[in-house]
Write a protein that binds this ligand. Structure first.
Ligand SMILES: Cc1cc2nc3c(=O)[nH]c(=O)nc-3n(C[C@H](O)[C@H](O)[C@H](O)COP(=O)(O)O)c2cc1C
Length: 115
């Protein structure tokens, strides 16, 4: 099986990085991708902290492998979602739709890999 530096960086077996897709990339899809050896991503889209926390817990009930959360920076809940990924020790964050600068220090200090 092909192995690349991305595998070592993210702790995954196969160099497959699932896209964050609003309404599609939920815990069900992301857990399946991670469990299969890629990096599954939960898209936080415009959802609030409670929704994301539930999704993370649902994913963790299905796999103990690495996964990520896509933080959609235009979301009205971006601040609380940015804190949830820290509180839940999410290993990888993928940002979209904006500049993540205001969150980078906290995410770096939490050891989150940011894409
Ligand atoms: C249906 C759909 C929904 C998407 N929703 C998001 C999103 O919520 N956040 C985001 O950052 N990117 C979103 N994207 C972009 C994808 O994550 C990805 O960057 C894009 O599809 C390019 O991937 P590719 O290079 O593998 O083709 C979405 C893409 C699709 C097709």
């Amino acid at each position: 099986m092909l192995k690349t530096p991305l595998c070592d960086l993210l702790g995954i077996e196969k160099p497959v990085f699932q896209g964050g897709m609003a309404w599609i990339a939920d815990a069900s899809l992301a857990s399946a991708v991670s469990e299969a050896g890629g990096l599954g991503i939960i898209a936080a889209m415009n959802a609030d902290a409670n929704w994301l926390r539930d999704q993370i817990h649902e994913l963790r009930a299905k796999t103990d492998k690495p996964f990520g959360v896509n933080v959609m920076l235009m979301s009205p809940f971006a601040d609380e979602v940015a804190q949830v990924v820290i509180d839940e020790r999410v290993p990888v964050v993928v940002t979209g739709a904006g500049n993540p600068a205001k969150y980078m220090k906290a995410w770096n200090e939490a050891g989150i890999k940011v894409v």
